[in-house]
Design a protein around this ligand. Structure first.
Ligand SMILES: N[C@@H](CCC(=O)N[C@@H](CS)C(=O)NCC(=O)O)C(=O)O
Length: 263
């Protein structure tokens, strides 16, 4: 008699690791370095996205990050990481698929230099954008910061001529250039020329950008409207979950980090 077929043992359902919470600003016309890294490293599905609008009432994350800045990453055990450089390096360290930080050696130092260049250009552009809210605006701010952006763009043009692969410096360059595009699109005062486009006179950087924005890690979020929950209630619930994981009272301070005059 044929042996009775052994009943296939039912495999216990694979327990999926609890997700990390990424508090970030879901501006769709902007290429987020952290999102690019999450996608490139294969960790996208391990993240729960929590939209934060740092200047709006009800969105304070000061209870879990004293700086109240995005991006902020909360791990399942309540550990909180902030500073985009910390967050991206942490994600990269988890990656089994693809690493964006080259191994120790000249390629790593070059990637870190380009990361610093682009991150600082981004921060300079943020300062410029904040100045737009001042009444009156201080012309000295634009005069001081604009040459840094221009020289940074020229360095990016040189770097684009030698670009190989895609590393953390490249992810940050997309972040800085897309944010600059966003601000230029709104119009910036002198000495920024009207209608300025960083692509003019920088053919290598332009060609690199055109190629890089075709990457799935960029297409996954760039120019895509965020469709998830963007409410303050959702953001607060997620901050409370982090506080609980830390064993702290789930209380969110109200009316902090709210600047109605800033956009
Ligand atoms: N150096 C920080 C800068 C982050 C940053 O400036 N984030 C802005 C949003 S683009 C922010 O959260 N601003 C709110 C605030 O400063 O209160 C990083 O790289 O993470």
């Amino acid at each position: 008699m044929a042996k009775a077929k052994k009943k296939a043992k039912k495999k216990p359902a694979a327990r999926s690791a609890p997700k990390m919470k990424l508090f970030y600003s879901p501006i769709h016309g902007f290429i987020h370095k952290v999102l690019v890294v999450a996608h490139e490293t294969g960790l996208w599905d391990r993240l729960e996205f929590v939209p934060i609008f740092p200047m709006r009432d009800g969105f304070s994350i000061a209870a879990i990050n004293p700086l109240h800045k995005v991006p902020t990453l909360a791990l399942a055990d309540g550990t909180v990481l902030y500073g985009s450089q910390t967050v991206v390096e942490y994600l990269d360290s988890l990656s089994r698929k693809n690493k964006l930080y080259p191994k120790l050696g000249p390629a790593r130092w070059d990637a870190l230099r380009r990361l610093a260049l682009a991150d600082t250009m981004f921060e300079v552009t943020v300062n410029v954008a904040l100045e737009l809210n001042e009444k009156p605006m201080r012309p000295s701010v634009f005069a001081w910061f604009w040459p840094k952006i221009q020289r940074g763009l020229d360095q990016m043009e040189t770097d684009a001529g030698k670009a190989k692969g895609f590393d953390i410096g490249h992810a940050s360059s997309l972040h800085a250039l897309s944010y600059l595009d966003r601000q230029l699109g709104k119009g910036l005062p002198a000495p920024v020329p009207a209608g300025y486009d960083w692509r003019t006179g920088r053919p290598k950087l332009k060609a690199w950008w055109n190629r890089a924005i075709q990457r799935p890690s960029v297409k996954a979020h760039f120019q895509k409207e965020y469709t998830g929950d963007q409410s303050a209630a959702f953001a607060q619930q997620k901050v409370i979950e982090v506080l609980r994981a830390q064993g702290r009272p789930p209380v969110i301070p109200t009316n902090v980090d709210y600047h109605p005059e800033l956009k």
